[in-house]
Design a protein around this ligand. Structure first.
Ligand code: BV8
Length: 243
C-alpha cells in the first residue's frame, strides 16, 4: 500500500479504535474473509470456492435431494481442509476483546468453528456448523465419524448431512434471534470479511443504530451503510486497531 492510501486508513483505524474503547455493546459480524488468512478460501473472490464448484450442485436443498453423493463428498473435503488450519491472530484478537468485555458477541456466517477455537464464547453461527451432523430423513443427530464413514443414520438408516445452512433453507432460529437482538442493541458493529451478498445475514448491519465499520479486502455494495470502511486483511486491520 502506498503512502497516500495508508494515511486515511491510519486515521480510520484510530477512529475505530476510539469507538471500540467507548463502546458498551460492540458486535462483530464475520464472513469467509475472516478465515482466508488461516488458509481457508472464501466463496466469491477470484479463486474462491464458488469459482470452482457451482453452489447449486452442492449447497442447495435441491442438491441434497437429487445429488446427495456429490453434496456429501463436497462437505467431506471441506471438513478435511478445515482440519488442516488454525485460527489466526485476528480470531485471537476478537476472543481477547470478548474476554476483556469490549465485544459482546460474534455473529458469523462461517461454519469452521474458528471463533470458538480461538476462545470466543458468545458466537452465533448463522449458517450452522461443520462440526454438527444430523439425519436428513429423521432429523436425529449423528457424529462426524458416522458422516465421514458414509454410514446411514443409526436410527432410521437415512442419509446423514452436515449441520450447515444450504441455499433455500431457513437459518437456525436461536442463532438468528440472538444475532438480531445483539445487532439492534449494538453501539458499534464490526463487519469483517464478507461480501454481504447472502440474504438474510446481509440485512443485519442495517439493524444497528450505532457506528458501523466494514473491514474487508474490497468494498461491498452496501458502502453507504458504513461510517468507516477499512480496506485490508482482517487480521492486519484488527491488529492495527488493537495496537
Ligand atoms: C434463506 C452453505 C429463506 C454453507 C452457504 C434466488 C433464488 C434462491 C434463493 C435466493 C435467491 N435470491 C436470494 C435468495 C436467498 C439466498 C441468497 O441470499 N442467495 C444470494 C446468493 C442471491 N439465501 C438463502 O437461501 C438463505 N436462506 O433465504 O431462507 C428462504 C427459504 C426458502 C426459499 C428462499 C428463501 C440461506 C443462505 C445460506 C447460504 N449458505 N453455504 C457452507 O458450505 O459454507 S453460502 C456461503 O455464503 C457461505 O455460507 C458463506 O458464509 C456465505 C456468505 O459469504 P461470505 O462469507 O460473505 O463470503 P464471500 O466469499 O462472499 O465474501 C468474502 C469477502 O471477504 C470478500 O468480499 C473478500 O474480498 C473478503 N476477504 C477475503 N479475504 C479477506 C477478506 N477481507 C478481509 N481480510 C481478508 N483476509
Amino acid at each position: 500500500m502506498g503512502e497516500r492510501e495508508r494515511e486515511p486508513r491510519d486515521n480510520g483505524i484510530r477512529r475505530v479504535a476510539q469507538w471500540l474503547r467507548k463502546a458498551r455493546r460492540a458486535v462483530a459480524l464475520t464472513g469467509a474473509g475472516m478465515s482466508t488468512e488461516s488458509g481457508i478460501p472464501d466463496f466469491r473472490s477470484q479463486g474462491g470456492l464458488w469459482a470452482q464448484v457451482d453452489p447449486r450442485e452442492v449447497a442447495t436443498v435441491e442438491a441434497l435431494e437429487t445429488n446427495y453423493p456429490r453434496v456429501r463428498e463436497f462437505y467431506r473435503k471441506r471438513i478435511d481442509e478445515i482440519k488442516k488450519h488454525r485460527p489466526h491472530l485476528g480470531h485471537e484478537i476478537l476472543a481477547r476483546w470478548e474476554k476483556a468485555g469490549r465485544l459482546q458477541a460474534v455473529a458469523t456466517q462461517n461454519i469452521d468453528g474458528f471463533h470458538q477455537m480461538a476462545g470466543n464464547r458468545a458466537v452465533h453461527e448463522l449458517h450452522g456448523s461443520l462440526r454438527r451432523f444430523y439425519c436428513l430423513d429423521c432429523g436425529r443427530p449423528a457424529t462426524e465419524a458416522e458422516f465421514l464413514g458414509g454410514e446411514p443414520c443409526p436410527h432410521c438408516r437415512g442419509r446423514l448431512r452436515p449441520g450447515v445452512v444450504m441455499f433455500g433453507e431457513l437459518l437456525p432460529m436461536d442463532a438468528w434471534n440472538a444475532a438480531e437482538t445483539a445487532m439492534r442493541a449494538a453501539d458499534l458493529v464490526l463487519v469483517i470479511g464478507t461480501s454481504l451478498e447472502v440474504y438474510p445475514v446481509n440485512q443485519l448491519p442495517a439493524l444497528s443504530q450505532g457506528k458501523r465499520v466494514l473491514i474487508n479486502l474490497e468494498p461491498t455494495d452496501q458502502q453507504a451503510l458504513f461510517d468507516e470502511v477499512l480496506i485490508g486483511r482482517a487480521g492486519e486491520v484488527l491488529a492495527a486497531i488493537d495496537r
